[in-house]
Design a protein around this ligand. Sequence first.
Ligand code: FAD
Length: 565
Amino acid sequence: MAVNIILPPPSLSLWHTKKLIYSTQIRFRIMSSASKSQPQSVASSAVYQVPGLDSHEMDSTADKTFERYSSNTAKRNGKGVSIVWFRNDLRVLDNEALFKAWVSSQAVLPVYCIDPRLFQTTYYFGFPKTGALRAQFIIECLADLKKKLMKKGLNLLIQHGKPEDILPSLAKAFGAHTVYAHKETCSEELQVERSVARGLRQVELSPAQGNSSRSSSTHSPKLQLIWGSTLYHLDDLPFSVGSLPDSVEAKCTIRGCIRLPTSLGPPPSVDDWGIIPSVEQLGLHSEKVVKGMRFLGGETAALSRVTEYFWNKDLLKIYKETRNGMLGPDYSTKFSPWLASGSLSPRFIYEEVKRYEKERLANDSTYWVLFELIWRDYFRFISIKYGNSFFHLGGPRKVEKRWHQDQKLFETWRNGCTGYPLIDANMKELSASGFMSNRGRQIVCSFLVRDMGIDWRMGAEWFETCLLDYDPCSNYGNWTYGAGVGNDPREDRYFSIPKQAQTYDPDGEHVAFWVPELLTLPKERRNFPGKSYIEQVVPLKFGSSNKHHSQRSKYGGRHSGLRNR
Ligand code: FAD
């Protein structure tokens, strides 16, 4: 399957194309199409389960997909035991680490380590590293993964502790010759990989333990890391990541999904497979989604969401027109939480898009979903190129700029009490559901860094806590761009709140959903409530001369000319 790669540079043409499209030609179509698939009136307490299928429909969707993706031609030619260390790849379908472990052994031991470091605090500002909603989502992913592995004749060993402590001792106990896992790219994850490799080197296996009958001396288990998180395989890029261009169009092949045999068993004999913990057992207070989207974790739900969005609701064909929406489950794919946990493979999405194009239709929208996945790839690849500078205040370009860390002001942003309904609604949505639309993320990011002048890393770390789809590459990649410290000096990403509100929430449906006191106001005033709403904590840097915006901010600023987006 050869496709044109367009690695979309935040700097160059495609980004600007996007900008144009956002702001002008299809603005009205965006809203009218979006409203077709969004709730017509605002029920201020609705919960939308994503996907919206019942459990029977989901199981049958996943079973059918697995049937299509299983193969009985693969040959198993290894010896002994191999371990699969599950990380952010909580799936069976298109899991190359699992496949390689199966091929190279007589028994596969799947392991997930509940690493206490994931439940500590964020690097600079000490927020919880994993919020309760993402913890719940991951727990659901693990429960589903265990079920899926059991269906294939395996199981999932749940261990509490650091992978570098657990994996070497398991390798020793089971005489495993190899630990297979998916490769990560950011520093914390790389550090764990190095520690695991070091730990494994200290394990001595007897000559009989291994996958080769020729081994005559003691040896150590190996760590084999496999690339598998992106649409494009790292090895297939027509350039090295170090010289990753800002813009490129080239021929690149997307590898087909890995097809696994129906049975992967038996596993080695294990006395106690461990228990998937509850949120409380992870040291967090459990939270319930009582409003907005409630995402179900796991591969079954992920495959069902693809079926629901592409096939049942037939929304793929209008994606490009609806994708800038903010309310309800259907304006965009909502694949991101499953992509981030690895319960969904981007190559599977690619194959489903191609199937849809063949069986239904191909248009700009079907292409655009792949285009967005290439953005995701891009941030993953540039995380290799720029390393830790992604997480530093000055970003990849080492920009020197004055930021402040005013805790009180930051808290108004975090808690959704800024006096700007569009900001407050989005921030409340994030806290209540662990999700925010792409449009919302861009707007609240711009507000924090441009209007409030607050250190962008505070925002990025709060997103790290809350987002179900948190992924260091996409999160810090987008935040560095939003803060103007990404690798593109030309990008000025100021999002004007009045303009964004008028374009993307003209009837104030999103703000009234999340800030119900606005419901009683006429639609056109919900985003511009004046004295009917809390006082604005800061003036807008570039306000608006628009008739709606004559409110004074707490600090006496008056909105002036409308600029930018
Ligand atoms: P769709 O519009 O349906 O897009 C399909 C898929 O394409 C998404 O699931 C996602 O995997 C990918 N994608 C789309 N836009 C982007 C983008 N700008 N960058 C990277 N991938 C993209 N996305 C994350 O997955 N994790 C994050 O931690 C994250 N943090 C973000 C922080 C900020 C400040 C901003 C502006 C964006 C961030 N995004 C992040 C990107 C984007 O907002 C989400 O991927 C998207 O909103 C998810 O909704 P969806 O699956 O319905 O997306």
